[in-house]
Design a protein around this ligand. Structure first.
Ligand SMILES: Nc1ncnc2c1ncn2[C@@H]1O[C@H](COP(=O)(O)OP(=O)(O)OP(=O)(O)O)[C@@H](O)[C@H]1O
Ligand SMILES: [Mg+2]
Length: 307
């Protein structure tokens, strides 16, 4: 039976050893991670946390010091395990004398595609990433955003089941980033698993379903995006209320704070929030807003890596 996971790692670790400096770097320090098929997974972490080393081990470009990795249920060391993967490396450099289409043809040939299939697939891919006008231009003249989009087309050229993208939108402007997100969402809808390394938190928050935060080679926090950013309790905001009522609400609330002419009450449970609403409405007080408290991914990230 095919595995329900696109990626399964168990205690995966990499220690880089530099003999002449007698130094050891525990780049990845025992990561056990499961990535469901068909999901968009974000691996986050500060610079040097071990994100790139982790994906290089999935691709067997770096040999693990210990532990194991499975790709769609196959040992990642088997060359066949890599066939269903499309990979966009971090800071990739394509030879500048290639044209965009020529570069795609080169990579498609490397992955074993027949020339008739390549001729059909290359214009399709250039169109998917919005470079249909630029396929015959030399890569040396491409902007950074165009290079990233071409890199994405390269990763997609052989119709992979999983995309592994290392900082896919690095150096790309906001419009270009949105275009890349749109392309990725389209492939996710077709069932492609997408694994992204990133430190652009807003971006990951926008479209990853699950995340893991790496810190110094270990998973510091992982889970579904909505669970990680879900807060505890409810926030009720009022523009004005009689003082006696504010005092009464204060006894039920875990905290109260004023800001820009509004008063925010924090309630620990839904029941307490509803009791507050009953009190306010019984006296015809207007409620400005009531919402579950959530954190941004940035707040979660900073809390996690600053520990
Ligand atoms: N080939 C190597 N030899 C020795 N040390 C290395 C090597 N590659 C990476 N490292 C070290 O391993 C640690 C993790 O690096 P890695 O590139 O995996 O982190 P990263 O999370 O991808 O960082 P960034 O966000 O900057 O891309 C760093 O301390 C780095 O200096
Ligand atoms: Mg990296």
């Amino acid at each position: 039976m095919p595995s329900e996971y696109a990626i399964e790692t168990s205690d995966l670790a990499k220690v880089y050893r530099s003999r002449w400096k007698r130094r050891e770097v525990r780049a990845v320090d025992g990561i056990s991670l499961n990535v469901q098929r068909g999901t968009i997974f974000g691996l986050l972490g500060p610079n040097g946390a071990g994100k790139t080393t982790f994906v290089k081990m999935l691709l067997s470009a770096v040999h693990p010091t210990r532990g194991s990795a499975l790709i769609f249920g196959r040992n990642a060391r088997e060359p066949e395990a890599r066939r269903p993967i499309g990979y966009l490396p971090e800071n990739h450099r394509f030879p500048t004398y290639f044209t965009g289409a020529g570069m795609l043809d080169f990579y498609a040939a490397l992955s074993g595609m027949e020339s008739a299939e390549r001729r059909k697939r290359i214009p399709e891919m250039l169109e998917v990433v919005g470079l249909e006008q630029w396929g015959s231009m030399r890569i040396g003249k491409y902007s950074k955003g165009m290079l990233q989009r071409l890199g994405l087309a390269q990763a997609l050229i052989h119709s992979p089941s999983m995309l592994i993208l290392d900082e896919p939108t690095d150096g790309v402007d906001p419009v270009g980033r949105m275009q890349i997100r749109e392309v990725l969402t389209r492939f996710e809808q077709q069932g492609v698993t997408i694994f992204i390394n990133s430190h652009l938190l807003v971006e990951v928050e926008l479209f990853c379903r699950e995340v893991a935060i790496l810190d110094k080679g270990k998973v510091a926090l992982s889970g579904k995006m909505q669970d990680l950013t879900a807060g505890k309790g409810y926030r009720l905001t009022l523009a004005e209320a009689p003082e006696a009522l504010v005092e009464e609400l204060r006894t039920k609330a875990t905290s109260m704070a004023s800001r820009n002419g509004f008063v925010d009450f924090q309630f620990a449970t839904r029941q307490l929030a509803n009791e507050a609403v009953d009190l306010l409405r019984a006296q015809r007080c207007e409620i400005e807003s009531l919402a579950p408290t959530t954190s941004t991914l940035e707040e979660v990230f900073v809390r996690t890596v600053a520990k």
